[in-house]
Design a protein. Structure first.
Length: 509
C-alpha cells in the first residue's frame, strides 16, 4: 500500500503543478479552448492519441488478448491504420478550416460555419456531443473508481468524488493548454507501464516456464492456438471477426476530442511532426499492449479471470506485485500510475470538450447573446463545475461502464466520422446531407447494438448478435450513402462555401 500511496502522491503532485503552471498562461477564451494554437507537435500528437485511444490501449485490447488469445490483436492493426489515415487525410484540412474560420473551438462550431446558416445542425450536434461526452466521462469515473477500489479497498463512492474533484480542478486551472502538456507526461507514463510487466516477466520466468504457465492457465486449444493470430478461444477466426476488429480503425475519424486537436494546430509543420509522434506512440503502445495481454495470463496464474472478470487483470496484477519484493512493488506502482494516466487523460478530454461545446456553441451565442460577457474564462470555469457535478451524479447509475464506454464511442463516431471526413473532401455536401448522415449513423449504430428486433433460438435479439457484424461498418456505410444521396437531391451550397472549400484544398488562407 505504501507504493500505491507514493505513486498517487507523485501523480497528483505532477497534475497539480501542470495545472498551476497552465493557470498562469490561460487568460482568453482561445487559450482555454484550443491553447491559442501554439501547442507543440509532441503535445498535439501524443494528446490526441492518448486522450481518445487510452482505453483501447490499456484495457480493451489486452483484456481481450488475455481472455481469448492473440486473435484479438487485429483491432491493433485497425487502430494503427486508422491513426495513419486520419493524420494524413484530416489533420491538415481541419487545421486550415480552423485557421480560416478563426474562432472555431469545437465540431459543432465547425459544422455551423462549414454548412452555412441555420441552427438545427450546430445546436443538435452540440447537444448530441455534450450528452455522450458526459456519459463517457461518467462511465470512465465509475470504472476507474472500481479498479482503484479493487487495489486499495477504499470506498468506490469516496474514490468517485476524489476523481471528479481532481479532474474538475485541473480543467478549471489550465483548460486545453494544461491538458495537452499533461498528456505528454501521461504518454510517457503509459509506455513505462506497458513495458513494466515484460521486464518483470524477464526476471520471473525462463522461456519454457512462461509457456508452461500459459498452458497451465487453461487457455482454450493450448498454447499454440492461444498465440495464433488466426484463432480466438482456440477456434479458427472468421473473416467477419477480422473485419469487425479492423473496423475499429474507422472509429478514430469520428472522435470529437481528436478533431479538436487538429483544429488547435497553428502550422502545417506542427501537423506533420505531430502525426509522426502520434503514429510512433500508437505503434509502440499497441505492440506492447498485445504482448502484455499474453504475459498477464502467465503472471496471474494460478488466478484465471473468466468472462466479465477479465477486465480486472490490471488491478489483480498490481495487487499481486505489491505483495512481492521491492523491485516488483515499484513495477506495480508504475502500472498503477499508467492506469491513472490513461483514465485521467480521457476524463479531462471528455469533460473539457463538453464544457467548451456547452459554453461556446450553446450558451454564449444563443442563451447569453443579449448580454455582454466580459469574463469568458470565469463563465467557462463555472460551466466546468456544473458539468462535473452532472458527471458525478451519472456515475452512480447502475449500468455496466464497459458497455457504456464502448457503445458511446461507437455511436458518437458513427455520427461524426463520415460527416467530418466528407465535409473536408465533398464540395457539394450541404447541411441537409450532414444532418441526415449524422442521424443515420447514430441511429443505425444504436439500434444495431440495442434494438431487439430479430428472433434467434426463440428469443429476441439485436442485429449485432443476429448477424455477427459489429455496428461500426454498417453505420459508417449507411451514413456515408445518406450524406451523398441527400446532398445530391437538395439545394446546392453557396458560392461562399464552395470558395472556402477550394481555398482549404489549395492551401489558401
Amino acid at each position: 500500500m505504501t507504493v500505491i500511496i507514493i505513486s498517487t502522491i507523485i501523480y497528483v503532485t505532477v497534475l497539480l503543478l501542470v495545472g498551476i503552471l497552465g493557470f498562469r498562461k490561460v487568460h482568453t477564451l482561445n487559450e482555454f479552448c484550443i491553447g491559442a494554437r501554439i501547442s507543440t507537435p509532441a503535445e498535439v500528437g501524443l494528446s490526441g492519441q492518448l486522450s481518445e485511444l487510452g482505453y483501447f490501449i490499456f484495457v480493451m485490447i489486452p483484456s481481450g488478448v488475455y481472455l481469448s488469445g492473440v486473435g484479438k490483436a487485429w483491432m491493433m492493426i485497425g487502430l494503427f491504420i486508422g491513426t495513419m489515415l486520419i493524420w494524413y487525410l484530416m489533420s491538415y484540412r481541419l487545421m486550415r478550416y480552423s485557421l480560416k474560420y478563426k474562432n472555431v473551438y469545437s465540431l459543432p462550431d465547425y459544422f455551423g460555419r462549414r454548412f452555412g446558416r441555420g441552427d438545427f445542425l450546430p445546436v443538435n450536434t452540440a447537444a448530441f456531443s455534450i450528452v455522450f461526452d458526459l456519459i463517457i466521462a461518467a462511465a470512465l469515473v465509475k470504472l476507474l473508481a472500481v479498479f482503484v477500489a479493487d487495489i486499495t479497498g477504499l470506498s468506490e463512492s469516496l474514490l468517485t468524488a476524489v476523481i471528479v474533484v481532481a479532474v474538475m480542478g485541473f480543467i478549471i486551472l489550465s483548460g486545453y493548454k494544461g491538458s495537452v502538456r499533461m498528456d505528454k507526461i501521461n504518454a510517457c507514463i503509459v509506455i513505462a507501464a506497458l513495458v513494466a510487466l515484460p521486464v518483470v516477466i524477464m526476471f520471473l520466468f525462463k522461456a519454457d516456464e512462461l509457456i508452461v504457465a500459459i498452458m497451465n492457465s487453461r487457455v482454450s486449444g493450448g498454447v499454440s492456438r492461444y498465440l495464433n493470430a488466426f484463432r480466438i478461444g482456440g477456434k479458427m477466426i472468421s473473416a467477419v471477426e477480422i473485419v469487425n476488429q479492423l473496423s475499429w480503425g474507422l472509429v478514430i475519424m469520428g472522435l470529437p476530442g481528436l478533431m479538436i486537436r487538429f483544429m488547435s494546430i497553428g502550422k502545417a509543420r506542427t501537423a506533420k511532426h505531430g502525426g509522426r509522434y502520434a503514429i510512433l506512440f500508437t505503434l509502440l503502445a499497441l505492440f506492447f499492449t498485445v504482448v502484455s495481454g499474453v504475459l498477464y495470463r502467465a503472471f496471474l496464474y494460478p488466478m484465471v479471470l473468466k468472462n466479465m472478470n477479465n477486465q480486472f487483470f490490471l488491478s489483480k496484477a498490481v495487487t499481486k506485485l505489491l505483495h512481492m519484493e521491492w523491485g516488483y512493488k515499484i513495477a506495480g506502482g508504475v502500472i498503477y500510475a499508467g492506469l491513472l494516466a490513461v483514465f485521467v487523460s480521457m476524463l479531462i478530454n471528455a469533460i473539457h470538450n463538453a464544457c467548451v461545446v456547452t459554453y461556446c456553441s450553446i450558451m454564449r451565442p444563443r442563451v447569453l447573446r443579449k448580454f455582454r460577457i466580459k469574463k469568458n474564462i470565469l463563465a467557462l470555469r463555472i460551466t466546468a463545475v456544473v458539468l462535473s457535478g452532472v458527471v458525478f451524479g451519472l456515475s452512480f447509475i447502475n449500468i455496466d461502464p464497459l458497455i457504456m464506454i464502448e457503445s458511446s464511442i461507437i455511436v458518437v463516431s458513427a455520427a461524426f466520422g463520415p460527416c467530418t471526413m466528407l465535409s473536408l473532401y465533398f464540395r457539394r455536401m450541404n447541411k441537409y446531407g450532414a444532418s441526415a448522415g449524422m442521424i443515420t449513423g447514430a441511429v443505425t449504430a444504436f439500434l444495431w447494438r440495442f434494438g431487439a428486433f430479430f428472433k434467434s433460438g426463440g428469443e429476441l435479439t439485436d442485429m449485432e448478435e443476429f448477424t455477427g457484424i459489429s455496428p461500426i461498418l454498417p453505420a459508417f456505410i449507411l451514413s456515408t450513402l445518406v450524406i451523398l444521396i441527400v446532398s445530391a437531391l437538395t439545394p446546392d451550397v453557396t458560392e461562399e462555401i464552395k470558395k472556402d472549400h477550394d481555398d482549404v484544398k489549395n492551401r489558401i488562407m
